[in-house]
Design a protein around this ligand. Structure first.
Ligand code: M6R
Length: 608
């Protein structure tokens, strides 16, 4: 989704702004723009398409400025054209804003402005906001911003400058993330820490309805009513190396291969094998309430929702607590029944997904205990929930989620163990489970050796336009995740199904043109999964099986077998998902797709 970078300091702003935009590039965008204060006025450049097109427009007129803002836009209101790209200016042309989010009442505000003789040049809600701020401007930018935002409904992360106050940036947020980086005699304001980390590790996370005013003299923060708000300066968790490719062709590949290490970090200090216990520090304050919970609702979107489905299996099996996994976008709007004793568990890599945030607020408003399982430290969901567990898998840059999925499953697996012991699991059974969980990073490292085989299989099927993924029990969410990975980055249509559902319709699709990936590791559902493979084979379908090492039988019925190490059934998704990530990756590379930035997609979906 859209990205914001703003700079005020002693260095040249344009290169810092462009570099910042490039760091946000992974979030997805369709146009870009920059504005600086120079020569007593504003200089604006905008372009459609990649940031490189904007760079070409950066001439001598813009060079040398010390204050400026830049933006990448992901179109919501109005097509991706230069005229709709940010920054947008007020009627005087001396005030500019960049904006993430949606001003929901922009039509009403626009009508009001039109009655004041102010007309619009673009189709955007952002221009309406820029003109409204300009309309209220009486020589003090922060007053005008606050006044306009008090009139605005919807979500925003904005930064604003005015040529009459050339040493000031005003930033504010509601619903869209905004972070103020505090450097040495400089400030970098951005919608994502990735644009800040190379300049400073000191940051201020703005909360909803807060305004930051930065000048060379320092910064201050207020609420929308102008009451001062005290803010902590926090330390960023990111490092610059984590944002580099490290020899890989794509971030997705890097992140797939990082999984042994990212899971070690995720579980470090949380699994105590000596005492056979799980230590989740982030839940200490709510432990009693959580242990006594009667029902858990896991809510999330996309890959995180798949992780939630795995979590449902784990928690029900180990802790015997009834669980339901809900799409956040549905849950938030359907007036869900949340009775006393319900816990809502919001799962999100970015911590900014608007539907997941709204679902957690729905839980909070109805009196549930609301927990977050989040990767991005300081993100909105992390701050708004009662308590939670961070993934600590490091920044995920590829749009296709990989290490966040395994991190989410690992956290849910630890949570299931934690709750299980307090409900009914024996010390011995928990110890055995935790030992296996702690050993998963090694098993994943071994599974990564399938990379070449995955490349060959992807090459074999690269022209197939429809794939089916089948799984049973705890492998069913893995089938969904494998299908999602393939479709989102290679644009091949793929469907994930509980294997038994195939007979109820989808079996009609089976033909030699349709690869069918069957998750068939040893365990409860093994014989039934083999039965499904037979059904596909007997109808001419071509099967790629994911099976347990040592299972030689399956070679006779599947065309390809991807062997994964033997792990306890409940932890199976952590290894079986790995070859599916690699298959999708290679299929996308072979089809010449932009793996890290698939078309139409954004890394964090912060608007509805
Ligand atoms: O940041 P979140 O985990 O809340 O994001 C949720 C989904 O948008 C995300 O998992 C999406 O489905 C991924 N692109 C899938 O790879």
């Amino acid at each position: 989704m859209c990205g914001i970078v703003a700079y005020l300091g002693t260095r040249e702003a344009p290169p810092i702004l462009i570099e910042g935009l490039k760091r946000l590039d992974y979030r997805g965008y369709d146009s870009a723009g920059v504005v600086v204060i120079k020569g007593g006025g504003l200089v604006v450049r905008r372009s459609v398409g990649r940031i490189a097109a904007l760079e070409e427009k950066l001439d001598a007129q813009i060079a040398g400025a010390r204050v400026g803002m830049a933006h990448t836009r992901w179109a919501t209101h109005g097509a991706p054209t230069e005229g709709n790209a940010h920054p947008h200016r007020d009627a005087s042309g001396r005030l500019a804003i960049v904006h993430n989010g949606i001003i929901e009442n922009y039509r009403v505000l626009k009508q009001y402005l039109e009655t004041q003789g102010i007309t619009m040049e673009s189709q955007t809600d952002t221009e309406v906001l820029a003109k409204l701020i300009g309309h209220f401007y009486e020589g003090n930018l922060e007053d005008a911003v606050r006044r306009a935002l008090r009139e605005s409904r919807g979500t925003f992360g904005i930064a604003a400058i005015h040529a009459d106050e050339p040493n000031k940036i005003v930033a504010a947020r509601r619903g869209s993330p905004l972070i103020v980086g505090v450097g040495d005699a400089e400030y970098i304001i951005a919608s994502d820490a990735a644009a800040i980390v190379q300049h400073t590790s000191q940051v201020i996370y703005l909360a909803d309805n807060e305004v930051a005013i930065v000048t060379p003299e320092g910064f201050k923060t207020t609420n929308l009513e102008a009451t001062p708000v005290d803010k902590h300066v926090d330390e960023l968790e990111y490092t610059l190396e984590q944002l580099e490719l490290g020899g890989h062709q794509h971030f997705m590949s890097k992140e797939i291969f990082e999984q042994p290490e990212s899971l070690r970090t995720c579980m470090r200090g949380r699994i105590d094998l000596d005492d056979s216990r799980v230590v989740l520090g982030g839940l200490t304050s709510v432990a009693r309430e959580l242990i006594n919970t009667k029902r858990i609702i896991l809510t999330a979107c996309g890959t995180a929702w798949h992780a939630g489905l795995v979590g449902e299996y784990l928690i029900e099996e180990l802790a015997r607590i009834p669980c339901e996994t809900e799409y956040a976008s549905e849950f938030r709007y359907r007036n869900p029944v949340i009775d006393f004793g319900t816990t809502v568990l919001a799962i999100s890599q970015s911590g900014e997904t608007i539907d997941t945030l709204a679902a957690s607020r729905e839980g909070r408003d109805k009196g549930a205990l609301v927990l977050g399982i989040v990767n991005a430290v300081g993100s909105t969901i992390a701050r708004e929930t009662d308590a939670g567990v961070y993934l600590h898998v490091g920044p995920e840059i590829g749009v296709a989620s990989t290490k966040a999925f395994t991190g989410q499953v690992a956290v849910l697996a630890m949570l299931a163990g934690f709750l299980g012991r307090r409900r009914h699991l024996s010390h011995e059974r928990l110890h055995e489970y935790l030992e296996a969980l702690a050993g998963i990073p090694e098993k994943i490292a071994h599974t990564l050796n399938l990379n070449n085989q995955c490349r060959h299989i992807a090459a074999d099927f690269v022209n197939s336009e429809n794939w089916l993924y089948l799984g049973r029990g705890i492998q069913y969410p893995v089938a969904l995740e494998g299908a999602l990975k393939l479709k989102e980055i290679s644009y091949i249509h793929a469907e994930g199904l509980p294997a038994a559902e195939m007979k109820h319709g989808p079996i009609a699709l089976i033909s030699e043109d349709m690869p069918v990936v069957v998750l068939a590791p040893r365990g409860h559902w093994y014989d039934k999964s083999v039965g499904n493979i037979e059904e596909v084979r007997s109808r001419g379908g071509r099967v790629i099986a994911v099976a347990t090492e040592g299972d030689t039988e399956i070679q006779h019925i599947a065309e390809h077998v991807l062997y994964v190490p033997d792990v306890p059934e409940l932890l199976g998704p952590l290894v079986t998902v790995i070859p599916l990530q690699m298959l999708a990756y290679h299929a996308a590379v072979l089809r010449g797709c932009d793996v890290d930035k698939p078309r139409n997609l954004a890394k964090a979906v912060t608007v509805e």
